[in-house]
Design a protein around this ligand. Structure first.
Ligand SMILES: [Zn+2]
Ligand SMILES: [Zn+2]
Length: 119
């Protein structure tokens, strides 16, 4: 196997063949961190099977939308759980909502948090 000559990285560093330049390693780490942030956290992963099942069970007992009294079709968190697992699964923090009420509630909440961001 002939030795490969070192290469010159885009940043100007001279790097041995097959080795990541520090700037590339940094970029890798940042890319990975970005990826990890995008990956749902453990409570959001709870949105899969278990959540679906618990939602349906909850809605079987709570058929009416908490706000308008219409047919509830989803479970909403009264206090936003923001990744807080115990709060996420706390039935006291669940309320049955219809899609309309849910989307208007969420819109209000998003407006509230976006004004908080501006502070
Ligand atoms: Zn470099
Ligand atoms: Zn409703």
């Amino acid at each position: 196997m002939p030795n490969k000559p070192p290469r010159i990285c885009a940043c100007g560093h001279r790097v041995a063949a097959g080795v990541r330049c520090p700037c590339e390693r940094k970029a890798d780490t940042e890319r990975k961190a970005r990826h990890d942030r995008q990956r749902p956290n453990s409570s959001a992963r709870g949105y899969n099977g278990t959540w679906e099942r618990e939602c349906k069970a909850f809605l079987r007992k709570n058929r009416r939308c908490k706000r308008c009294g219409g047919a509830a079709s989803l479970v909403d968190h009264i206090t936003p759980h923001r990744g807080d697992t115990p709060l996420f699964w706390d039935r006291q923090n669940w309320q049955p909502l219809c899609t309309n009420c849910h989307s208007s509630a969420k819109q209000r909440e998003e407006r509230r948090s976006s004004t908080e961001d501006l502070k």
